[in-house]
Design a protein around this ligand. Structure first.
Ligand SMILES: *Cc1c(COP(=O)(O)O)cnc(C)c1O
Length: 457
């Protein structure tokens, strides 16, 4: 595998410390074996999420000092708006404090009870915001997208046949919009192809239905199109992104991902009436339309971060770094989701810890083992997150697979940090038969992963 060095050098550092084994044991017990409950300072390498965890550039830090904190009409707001219009081509830009606020504003305005919103896969906050309106969120992922090891290059694609059928049956009256999550976070950070986006757009538009993007990782998606889809190799990622957006009517974005910022987000769209209604609600929920829940300095950091997130040497490094981690973990003997996505490597814990039955949360047990062994924090995407009682059937639904996600914060960790992660996996490997299953001792009714508590069996 080709070495692609970090396309930056380090100017400021933040010390990290590995607690002793005894301290780690104490901390994980106090956290009730749920890594969301750990203090960050007790974590050595934090791969919990890539959201809001980016390192800012010197250019962004300089921008923070140029924050114009006027209540209305801040200079940074105009820079923010101009940048987003340039990238997306959309007519209206509405700042918000983070992605889910964008979802809330958009879906509160757009949806009524009984509406249906199809998607490749709804992210969990998106689904929750749609369902809160009494609407139905449907996931139409393709067979390849459901497969853990298929090496199909666009596993984030929408199943167009399902979309066609739904649209034909219910039409615009019941379906105000379809969405596409790019890249598809819940499906492993897998991209959707331009071809697929274009077709989904055509199907929806033929019936007068809007296509909206959940575009948090639009730059990574555009990068994958450049690398994997024929006809795009020589185009700039920026122009590919612009083409993607040209097939949609609007988007919601969390700037905590490809915006390379620690907080923030936006809605961008073309519909004048919808934009006005959202802005009115924004004043009620987030703030005046020229800051939308953010400080002027945040708007500036985002404007600069969005541009940096489209730089191709950065994206080369980023996607390669994720693939590098995937490769290392494969060598240790783990089943790694193929191909690695844009922001994380996913490993399958069920087959790796076959002595732990599914109902004892093997993936959560693996996250605990990684913390115990090397102070690594990862995130469970299996039974601990997904087990729920289905609202319609009343039956307990389990997770499709027991995965552990190792998300890589942007511009934060170096190759030797990832080598260390692989080394910890090797240590866990030696004693994997000793890893113990878990049972829950407290379960919250919703979004369980954040506060669920376990004990070891
Ligand atoms: C992170 C994320 C969101 C929600 O954004 P927040 O800033 O965390 O509120 C929505 N959709 C996708 C695909 C995401 O990754």
């Amino acid at each position: 595998m080709k070495t692609i060095p970090e396309p930056y050098r380090i100017k400021t550092i933040e010390p990290i410390k590995l607690l002793s084994r005894g301290q780690r044991e104490k901390k994980i017990r106090e956290a009730k074996f749920n890594l969301f409950r750990l203090r960050s300072e007790d974590v050595y390498i934090d791969l919990l999420t890539d959201s809001g965890t980016s390192a800012l550039s010197d250019n962004q830090w300089a921008g923070l000092l140029q924050g114009d904190e006027a209540y209305a009409g801040s200079r940074n707001y105009y820079h923010f708006v101009d940048t987003i219009k340039e990238i997306t081509g959309f007519k209206h830009v509405i700042p918000v404090h983070q992605g889910r606020a964008a979802e809330n504003l958009l879906f509160t305005t757009l949806l009524k009870k009984g509406d249906i919103v199809p998607s490749n896969t709804h992210f969990d906050t998106t689904r929750a915001n749609i369902e809160r309106q009494g609407a139905i969120a449907l996931d139409f992922i393709t067979e390849a997208g459901k497969s853990f090891d298929s090496d199909y290059p666009f596993k984030g694609n929408m199943d167009l046949e399902e979309l066609r059928r739904l649209v034909k049956k219910y039409g615009k009256k019941r379906i105000p919009a379809g969405t596409m999550t790019v890249t598809n976070n819940s499906g492993g950070g897998q991209p959707a192809s331009m071809e697929n986006i274009k077709s989904a757009s055509r199907i929806l538009h033929r019936h007068g239905i809007k296509l909206l993007f959940d575009a948090c990782r639009y730059a990574e998606n555009a990068y994958f199109i450049k690398k994997r889809e024929s006809g795009y190799a020589r185009r700039s990622v920026k122009s590919i992104a612009r083409e993607m957006f040209s097939y949609a009517d609007g988007c919601t974005v969390s700037a905590k991902k490809d915006g390379l910022s620690n907080i923030g987000g936006f809605i961008a769209l073309n519909d004048d009436k919808l934009a006005t209604e959202i802005s009115d609600l924004l004043i009620l929920l987030e703030g005046f339309p020229t800051y939308g829940g953010l400080a002027g300095r945040d708007l500036e950091a985002i404007a600069r971060g969005l541009r940096e997130g489209l730089e191709e040497d950065y994206l080369d490094f980023r996607v390669n770094q994720v693939a590098y981690l995937g490769r290392l973990l494969e060598k240790v003997g783990l089943a790694v989701m193929n191909p690695t996505g844009g922001h994380a490597a996913y490993v399958e814990a069920g087959s790796y810890l076959p002595h732990i039955p599914r109902k004892q949360f093997p993936a959560q047990a693996l996250t605990v083992a990684l913390y115990r062994e090397g102070g690594i924090r990862s995130c469970e995407f299996g039974g601990a997150v997904y087990t729920h009682v289905d609202r319609r059937s009343g039956k307990v639904k389990s997770a499709p697979m027991d995965l552990v996600r190792l998300a890589i914060p942007r511009r934060v960790y170096t190759r030797s940090h990832l080598d260390y992660v692989a080394e910890v996996f090797r240590k866990v490997e030696k004693k994997r038969n000793e890893v113990r299953g878990l049972r829950t001792i407290y379960e919250p009714p919703k979004l369980r992963i954040f506060t669920v508590e376990f004990e070891e069996i």
